[in-house]
Design a protein around this ligand. Structure first.
Ligand code: NDP
Length: 246
């Protein structure tokens, strides 16, 4: 049994680096044509080129901006005729304790992680519904389940994304558009490299599998959910955390 996405078109928000780039590599490796979105269009373009299949393209798009999302989805559909797989991966943090979270920090995190997924889903799902085939995969986080000190804004956005996944999965199921979420644990990317070596060691000790996750670990779960092997799975949350939040 081999996953084959030949003929499918996948759009990945925040695909220019980190987990999103690993997802882009995995989907392109399975034969999908990939569109990479990021605020920095040049970096998205470089990431698309680095996939090395000659078809992938990068697009400048800030997912917090409704008009930009509408334009980017239309441009991808214009270039490739369709979007079959949407991966809502773009995300950001502005960590602080409750009383130190500014309104700007709250809005930036909620707008990027939650509103962004709403906007891309709304626009990309229309074509999926018409074609009676679609996969939407939302990248949330284990802290959206467990909560985390110093991340009230981030955890609220990621818990919201889980609720969003469940509701939209119910709305779109009759059109064979499946909507699932993947919750990574602690993955080694730019987002997490800022923490001190001591905090990193403490975190690794709390992971039963004894190591940080890699982008490829998350990408493998996304690849499965995008494939025909997952055609009877919708509204689910797949945790990829080395056993951290048991
Ligand atoms: P990175 O910071 O490495 O990458 C984030 C990506 O999102 C970049 O490509 C960035 O590109 C893009 N991005 C950020 N803001 C926007 C925006 N407003 N519009 C469009 N694109 C945007 O993050 P990770 O790879 O670590 O994280 C990816 C996802 O996984 C996030 O949703 C994160 O919350 C989640 N996650 C990560 C974990 C980890 O341990 N790393 C754990 C659990 C969940 P650009 O700057 O060019 O816009």
């Amino acid at each position: 049994m081999k996953i084959d996405l030949t003929g499918k078109v996948a759009l990945i928000t925040g695909g220019s680096r980190g987990i999103g780039f690993s997802i882009a590599q995995a989907l392109a490796g399975a034969g999908a044509t990939v569109a990479v979105l990021g605020r920095d269009g040049a970096k998205a373009g470089e990431a698309a080129q680095a996939l090395g299949d000659g078809r992938a393209r990068g697009y400048a798009c800030d997912v917090t901006q409704a008009a930009q999302v509408e334009r980017a989805v239309a441009a991808v559909e214009e270039a490739f005729d369709r979007i079959d797989v949407l991966v809502n991966n773009a995300g950001t943090t502005r960590d602080n304790l409750l009383f130190r979270i500014s309104e700007d920090d709250w809005n930036t995190v909620l707008d990027t992680n939650l509103k962004g997924a709403f906007l891309t889903t709304k626009h990309a799902a229309r074509g999926m519904i018409k074609r009676r085939w679609g996969r939407i995969i939302n990248i949330t986080s284990v802290v959206g389940i467990s909560g985390n000190k110093g991340q009230a804004n981030y955890t609220a956005s990621k818990a919201g994304l889980i609720g969003f996944t469940k509701s939209v999965s119910k709305e779109l199921a009759s059109r064979n558009v499946l909507v699932n979420a993947v919750a990574p644990g602690f993955i080694d990317t730019e987002l997490t490299r800022a923490i001190t070596p001591e905090a990193r060691d403490t975190l690794i000790k709390a992971i039963p599998l004894g190591r940080l996750g890699q982008g490829q670990d998350v990408a493998a779960a996304v690849l499965f959910l995008a494939s025909d092997f997952a055609s009877y799975i919708t509204g689910q949350l797949l945790v990829v955390d080395g056993g951290m939040v048991l």
